[in-house]
Design a protein around this ligand. Structure first.
Ligand SMILES: COc1ccc2nc(C(=O)O)sc2c1
Length: 235
């Protein structure tokens, strides 16, 4: 998978050189290029924003630098039309299902907005040469797209085959089967007077599986009842 990121804070993504994603980059499983939007400006102050037409508070990101930056990224794409994702509070909400879907894409381009957002014509023009999706992390507003892109790249990258050593560990996770994950325990069997649930020490794998499933249902019903299938309240 090839990932390109356009941002005015390129060093923000230095963290992607760490841990699993860092190893995926070193192994070539994921190719990642971060582009500084200001490299696509040509004035002394490397200006990327201007006042909004129609008035209002804040500044809007100018279209020209974005057009030039994306020319350089999309211009050489001769294969399948790439997918360009712009994090936005006005976007569809990012989910584990979307992460699974995006993990199958050969190429992703992320455009990080700042200020009050990007001139809307950038989305319209980009849609003439790529697939475009506006995506939000959730029902809250960040100061820019970088945190959202970091979260999405982690959620997507770990699903790329080969990135996570044991694919089994991807199966029993929150949201993977539509429910929240069961609670986990490790040694010691008792810690500060708190025991591990006895069933987990029983060696009875059937009873353990049943207990874990019930824990998932109980946790989901308590914390995220919206995730329970309407026709199967007991999942
Ligand atoms: C200006 O760019 C922004 C601003 C806020 C924001 N909030 C997001 C979110 O996912 O909540 S993405 C995003 C992008």
């Amino acid at each position: 998978m090839r990932i390109d990121i356009v941002t005015i804070f390129p060093t923000f993504f230095d963290a992607l050189d760490l841990s699993l994603l860092g190893k995926a980059k070193q192994s070539g499983l994921i190719e990642l290029d971060v582009h500084d939007l200001r490299d696509s400006t040509h004035d002394r102050h490397r200006t990327v924003d201007d006042t909004p037409y129609g008035g209002g508070a804040g500044m809007v990101m100018k279209p020209e630098p974005w057009g030039e930056a994306l020319d350089g990224i999309l211009g050489d794409d001769t294969e399948e039309e790439p997918l360009v994702i712009f994090p936005s509070p006005a976007g569809e909400v990012f989910t584990q299902a979307m992460a699974r879907e995006l993990a199958t894409e050969p190429r992703l381009v992320f455009g990080c907005g700042r200020y009050e957002g990007i001139d809307h014509r950038v989305f319209d023009h980009t849609a003439s040469r790529a697939r475009v999706r506006l995506v939000s992390l959730g029902d809250y507003v960040l100061n820019g797209g970088e945190v959202a892109v970091m979260a999405m790249i982690e959620a997507i990258g770990r699903l790329v085959p080969g990135v996570v050593g044991n694919p089994e560990s991807l199966v029993e996770e929150s949201h993977e089967d539509g429910l929240l994950e069961y609670p986990s325990y490790t040694k010691p069997a008792e810690w500060r007077g708190l025991p591990v649930p006895p069933v987990l020490l029983s060696g009875n794998h059937g009873a353990i599986a049943t207990w874990r499933r019930q824990q998932q249902i109980e946790r989901t019903r308590e914390v995220r009842p919206d995730l329970l299938p309407a026709d199967q309240p007991d999942a």
